[in-house]
Structure formats: structure tokens, C-alpha cells
Ligand binder design. Structure first.
Ligand code: F6R
Length: 365
């Protein structure tokens, strides 16, 4: 039931602090400040040399964020691809190595086919699913559930942030198993992860301001999303969310690729949404913002206080987020992107929960 909300999507966006709390609660032992990954013991992270990740759409973008975490925090190289490519790529597989599949429904045909390909190659199969009774869950050696509850809106929102939650906790678990994090450092990370639901609640309080920005955005026919580092997959996710529910053509791009082509598109009619918390790559993104501003581009900047100060707000509409620890920033920054596309779609008058041509679960390839 939608309760007091106009759409399931709005309800599901607002449920995130709660369902993230459930999901983290499943994997973090807050009293002991430790991780609960008994189920993941089947994956030998200590001796793994690579891990494959395959998924589709939004779940694939969750995997792209996780690549940064697994490589940086756990020192584990990641091969990641969209499942529809991976299944036919004939990638050579090393038996015994882990392969991870991410799927809300657990029924996506290409993701399932990729899983079977890795199974045939003798790999250890782990999956992150929201539907515990799904085919992907049944065919996995290790099942790590997201506790997002049923997701009715076709556009994935709470399932995405809960996938990020499990992936972040799993990366910390892998880092510990690989001797990359001490007990103390694990405790510290657990403390940080546990704060994520609170930051998501803070981000939700920015809704009125985001709705105002969305009104203008809803008149655009194209939009560009830019990010660097973990904000690149968020840019891709933001663009996907906008196009699927508002039918505005949107592209996500690595900010550093701007001058390699897409900058040719910049003019007064092109909104450019930049996802740029004041993190390690902020200075680089700030110079990309100047490049857009110099060409009269309409910038919508999603940043924190420090980032807003450094960029100066003359040429940008700015959504000022709370200052979030880098590891959980992708979870918090998903929220303004969801709200932006939700409100743009509501202004555009589209069918938010049942966008044309889309199915919630894609069981054919
Ligand atoms: C986007 C969206 C889709 C799904 C994709 C994978 O909002 O919902 O891109 O993420 O079809 O679906 P699952 O996660 O069920 O495998």
C-alpha cells in the first residue's frame, strides 16, 4: 500500500532510512562493533585473486560502486560487466574464484545466465538478492539478502541503496579476511556504515529544494550527469533514473571524459548535473565544472558545504548535502538523484510507477 504517498516510488524512497537500518542490522553487530558474515564464510576472500561481478541496470551500477570499495579497501581486483555482455564474452574463468551477482528480483535472465556460466567454470557463486526465494538465490552457494522489502515501483530505489549497504559491509569483511584491516579498523568502519541511514534521512529533508530544481529540469529534453570515482556510477544511475521515468534523454559520463567529446553538447539548454562531494577528487571535478560554466551550461551541483564554498554558487544551482564520510557517500548521494528524477517525472506528468515499455523483472534476454 502507498500509505500517504502519491506513488510507490515516493514511498520507497522515503522508506530508505528504515530498510537500510534493517539491512545493516543484518550484517553489522553494533554491540560488538563487528561484522556478521557467517553466511559469506563460503567465499574464500583471503585467497581470492579476483572476483567477477555481473548484473543489469541499477544493480550493475551498485556493482560499479562496489568495485572501488573491493579494490581500495580489500585490495581485491574486480572484473565487472553488464550481465548481457558477460554471458557471451567467453571470459576465461579461474575455478574456485568468487563470482558475485546482484539482483533485486533474483530472476533477471541475463544475470542468471551469467551465474550459470560461472558455475560451469567451477567458480564459487555468491548473490545479493532482494527476493530470497528467487532462482538466483536458489542457484547460489552463498546468498546475501538485501532487506529492502518488496519494491513495487519499476524504478529501483531502496533496493539500490540496500545493495550498496551489503556490498560496503562485504568489502569490509573481505578486507579483514585479507589482512587489510585490523580489528580496530573494522570497528571504525562498522561505526561509519552504521551512520548511513541517518545521512539518508538528512538527505531526504532536502526534498523541497530538490523539487524546485526538478521543475526546471522537467522542461529539458536532454541532461548530462557527471561524476568521478564512486560518483561516476552514481552519475550513470542518476541518468538512468531520469530517462526511465521522465523520458528525458540523459547520459552519465566520467567527468574527466567531458573534454573528450560530450563538451560539444554544452549550451544554455543543457542541464549538467554534477555529483561532487568534497572528496579526494573534488578539485578535478571543480575544474570540470568551470569548463561547463565557461560554455554557458546550466549546472545543478550536488555537493556538501565545503564543496559549495569552493565552487562558488554563481553559475550553479546547488543542492547542499550533509558532510558524509567517503565510504557511505554513494548511499547518501543516491537520494537527491532519486528525488530529482521522481519530481521531474511528476512535473512531466508521466506514469512514475509504471513507465512505458518497462517491466519490473526482465526474465527474457
Ligand atoms: C532501473 C531498474 C533496472 C533493474 C534491472 C535489474 O531502475 O530497475 O535497471 O535494476 O532490470 O533488475 P534486477 O535487480 O531485478 O536484476
Amino acid at each position: 500500500e502507498k500509505g500517504n504517498y502519491r506513488h510507490f516510488m515516493a514511498k520507497e524512497i522515503h522508506e530508505q532510512p528504515e530498510v537500510l537500518g534493517h539491512t545493516f542490522g543484518h550484517y553489522l553487530d553494533l554491540a560488538q562493533e563487528s561484522l556478521r558474515f557467517g553466511a559469506a564464510e563460503g567465499i574464500d576472500f583471503a585467497n581470492a585473486t579476483r572476483m567477477t561481478i555481473a548484473a543489469c541496470g541499477t544493480a550493475y551500477y551498485a556493482g560499479l560502486v562496489a568495485r572501488y570499495w573491493f579494490e581500495r579497501v580489500a585490495g581485491l581486483p574486480i572484473d565487472i560487466d553488464v550481465a548481457s555482455e558477460f554471458r557471451y564474452r567467453e571470459a576465461p574463468l579461474t575455478p574456485g574464484q568468487p563470482a558475485l551477482f546482484v539482483s533485486q528480483s533474483g530472476e533477471t535472465a541475463d544475470t542468471l545466465a551469467s551465474l550459470r556460466y560461472c558455475r560451469a567454470g567451477g567458480q564459487k557463486i555468491a548473490s545479493i538478492v532482494n527476493v530470497a526465494s528467487s532462482t538466483i538465490a536458489r542457484e547460489s552457494d552463498v546468498v546475501l539478502p538485501t532487506l529492502a522489502g518488496p519494491e513495487i515501483g519499476v524504478a529501483s530505489t531502496k533496493a539500490f541503496t540496500c545493495q550498496l549497504a551489503v556490498l560496503a559491509a562485504l568489502a569490509v569483511h573481505a578486507a579483514h579476511a585479507r589482512g587489510r584491516l585490523s580489528e580496530d579498523e573494522v570497528r571504525e568502519h562498522v561505526g561509519i556504515l552504521a551512520e548511513a541511514p541517518g545521512y539518508v534521512a538528512d538527505a531526504l529533508r532536502l526534498e523541497a529544494g530538490i523539487e524546485r530544481v526538478a521543475r526546471d529540469l522537467s522542461h529539458a529534453s536532454n541532461a548530462l550527469y557527471l561524476g568521478r570515482g564512486t560518483n561516476l556510477p552514481l552519475a550513470l544511475e542518476g541518468a538512468l533514473k531520469l530517462k526511465e521515468i521522465s523520458y528525458i534523454h540523459a547520459e552519465g559520463y566520467a567527468a574527466g571524459e567531458l573534454k573528450h567529446g560530450p563538451i560539444a553538447l554544452i549550451d544554455e539548454d543543457m542541464p549538467v548535473i554534477v555529483i561532487a562531494p568534497h572528496d579526494a577528487v573534488f578539485e578535478k571535478v571543480a575544474s570540470n565544472i568551470q569548463e561547463v560554466a565557461a560554455r554557458g551550461g546550466r549546472i545543478i551541483l550536488i555537493t556538501d558545504e565545503r564543496g559549495a564554498e569552493e565552487v562558488g554558487t554563481q553559475s550553479a544551482e546547488t543542492i547542499v548535502m550533509p558532510t558524509v564520510p567517503p565510504m557511505i557517500a554513494p548511499i547518501a548521494y543516491a537520494v537527491p538523484l532519486q528525488l530529482l528524477s521522481y519530481h521531474a517525472a511528476v512535473f512531466a506528468g508521466t506514469d512514475v510507477d509504471q513507465p512505458r515499455n518497462l517491466a519490473k523483472s526482465v526474465t527474457v534476454e
